[in-house]
Design a protein around this ligand. Structure first.
Ligand code: ADP
Ligand code: MG
Length: 240
């Protein structure tokens, strides 16, 4: 038993993606085309089954395009001082609904004196949502997803932990690779997007995972690089 710990800041993303996108979109399109061909010849009962496959593949292609566009939009998005906890609270109804459907539970452990940070709230939501969805997808109906915030030195850290399948060493190595997915309906772009969002916020992502035990993603933002955030932190601490 050992815990894998990797820092993934160094991986280049968009370059690899440009080459793969054409290929990846062609896969679901080829499936759709093949099944449309078959639909011409088949009975109504068979058509029902084909219809579902065609819709799923179209959704998959659409998902790839959406995720790719978010990722390609690599410009510095507008940031403002916002609180991670507010963002988490805004996402809560969505997360709880998701977890409920799966029979899973969610635990929130929000730290005290966590300062505001200079963030793009929309991107931050996308980041947290992607990490939470992955966590849920890795767990069965007894799983618990934990969202935690902490202050560690001059860093604000966000932990997204699941009690799911965990990953092998070789899976961990490929985790952030665009289009790397182990799911039949995955796009493999979720974590590539997460990485890009974290980089745009000058943060880091670390992953610890143990097979059969679970996985934790740790996102760290430096408070020091945001003078505003530091001021907020000090005045919040003083007033509490
Ligand atoms: P997708 O979710 O579409 O497969 P991602 O980029 O979000 O794409 O994730 C890539 C792969 O990383 C997943 O297919 C899965 O194998 C692995 N993975 C990501 N998060 C977790 C997790 N919390 N637990 C186990 N495996 C994970
Ligand atoms: Mg995902």
């Amino acid at each position: 038993l050992r815990t894998e710990f990797i820092n993934v800041e160094r991986l280049s993303l968009v370059g690899q993606m440009a080459a793969s996108i054409t290929h990846e979109i062609r896969n679901p399109m080829a499936v759709v085309r093949g099944f449309l061909q078959l639909m011409k010849e088949k009975s109504p009962e068979t058509l029902d089954h084909y219809y579902r496959i065609v819709m799923e593949e179209l959704d998959r292609a659409n998902g790839i395009i959406n995720d790719f566009l978010s990722l390609a939009q690599n410009r510095a998005a507008e940031k403002e001082d916002c609180h991670l906890h507010d963002i988490i609270h805004e996402l809560s109804p969505l997360l709880w609904a998701d977890a409920n459907l799966r029979g899973q539970s969610i635990e929130l452990k929000l730290g005290t004196h966590v300062p505001k940070l200079h963030l793009n709230a929309k991107e931050m939501k996308q980041l947290i949502l992607n990490l939470c969805r992955n966590g849920m997808e890795a767990m069965d109906d007894k799983g618990t997803l934990t969202l935690e915030t902490r202050i560690e030195g001059d860093q604000v850290q966000l932990y997204v932990a699941d009690t799911g399948t965990g990953m092998s060493e070789s899976e961990l190595e490929r985790l952030f690779e665009p289009f790397y997915t182990t799911k039949s309906k995955g796009t493999g772009l979720g974590l590539a997007l997460c990485m890009s969002i974290v980089q745009r916020h000058h943060g880091t992502i670390d992953v610890k995972s143990q097979q059969g035990e679970g996985t934790v993603f740790i996102i760290s933002f430096s408070v020091r690089s945001y003078p505003q955030g530091l001021m907020e932190s000090q005045s919040a601490a003083a007033s509490e």
